[in-house]
Design a protein around this ligand. Structure first.
Ligand SMILES: Cc1ncc(COP(=O)(O)O)c(C=O)c1O
Length: 356
């Protein structure tokens, strides 16, 4: 067969599995345990099917208006996307073109490295310290931009805002992207820094706090200067990147944010309770400000536990190829009942191991 010229070779991002099992506890992709706001259902029921004949909006003005009110930022400083993956991907294209290496931690959202490779952006992965924290000093060197998830994934660890600000201040000649996918589970947002720093770009998603992972809506917030550049990229890739249905649903969800404040608080409480219980079972639990925890047992391997949980239709995430966390499991926080069941299954398994 003739060899084809020009085919791209790339090691892609590997998303968490989406098992097709009817009765399962799915704790492997940090989805929200509680459903979306009831207002979402009402929008879907009254949605004008005929409107799909027309292209979607180019600027999502009503949604940006609602978001601006909720976040206390000028709607002109918000750009919407097809999930925050879309926004992050466009931000890499828009902001990291100096030819100097972009910095991000060795353990962070796996997609950063994939986009850097895909877009031929040089990068340096900076090891987190031995407690899996981000050291401010490591980001005070010459670079072509910085991307940090805060709280970080898959560690769950949050970097206090004053420390994050020190990184932004010291890097005012490049763009610093702060990925706040999990910020509404206990961290303090970098939003108040936006007025001070033109080089700050924050990304957010409706997938985690707003329980709308399947809708695919995310957004970025930044200075007018950054907005001009990222809009030019958006209009060079996919101007209609948010579909009509998603825009209407996300707008309704934003208007009903009080619902989400309550459900996120329930998840935070369940997380803290679950972390304590896991510690009692001899797990080391990294301090999390997200809707997941990264844990390691003192004696039983991650692989064994993963296999056992899977056999009970409990799906969690494990990263056997990532050396520093190869013996850890990342467990999303489900409902209290789900987490109670997970504890029971683990407790039972550990007791059989102890008597062997
Ligand atoms: C740190 C982080 N950023 C961004 C995303 C992307 O989220 P989405 O594309 O669903 O908005 C995720 C998803 O898991 C994530 O963990």
């Amino acid at each position: 067969m003739m060899e084809l010229k020009g085919l791209r070779q790339i090691a892609p991002y590997v998303p968490g599995a989406q098992p097709k099992v009817e009765e399962m506890i799915k704790l492997n992709t940090n989805e929200n345990a509680y459903g979306p706001s009831p207002k979402v259902k009402a929008v879907l029921e009254s949605f004008q099917t005929d409107s799909l004949r027309l292209y979607s909006s180019l600027d999502q003005a009503p949604l940006r208006h609602e978001l601006g009110q909720l976040l206390g930022v000028n709607p002109e400083q918000i750009i919407l996307g097809n999930g925050s993956d879309d926004i992050l991907s466009m931000a890499f294209l828009a902001f990291f073109n100096s030819g100097e290496p972009v910095l991000f931690p060795d353990l962070t959202y796996g997609f950063y490295k994939v986009w850097a490779d895909l877009y031929h952006i040089p990068y340096r992965e900076i090891p987190l310290n031995e407690r899996f924290e981000l050291e401010t000093e490591d980001y005070l060197l010459q670079n072509g931009g910085i991307v940090l998830a805060n709280p970080n994934a898959p560690t769950g660890i949050y970097k206090p805002l004053d420390e994050l600000e020190a990184i932004i201040v010291a890097n005012q000649d490049v763009v610093v992207i702060v990925d706040e996918a999990y910020i509404n589970f206990g961290g303090q947002s970098a939003l108040p820094l936006l007025d001070k720093y033109e080089n700050l770009f924050i990304t957010r998603t409706y997938s985690k706090d707003a329980a709308l992972a399947g809708l695919r809506v995310g957004y970025g917030i930044g200075s007018p200067k950054l907005m001009g550049v990222i809009h030019a990229v958006k209009n060079s890739v996919n101007p209609y990147n948010v579909n009509r249905l998603s825009e209407e649903v996300a707008t309704a969800a934003t208007k009903d944010w009080a619902y989400y404040v309550e459900t996120c608080q329930r998840i935070v409480e369940t997380r803290d309770w679950f972390s304590g219980k896991m510690a009692e079972l001899d797990f080391e639990v990294l301090p999390s400000k997200t809707n997941f925890v990264l844990v390691e047992h003192a004696r039983v391997s991650a692989q064994e536990l993963f296999n056992h949980l899977e056999s009970q239709h409990i799906y969690v995430r494990y990263f056997p190829k990532t050396e520093r966390i190869a013996n850890k499991l990342r467990i999303s926080i489900g409902t209290e009942e789900e987490m109670q069941k997970v504890l029971e299954v683990i407790d039972q398994y550990l007791s059989t191991q102890a008597t062997l």
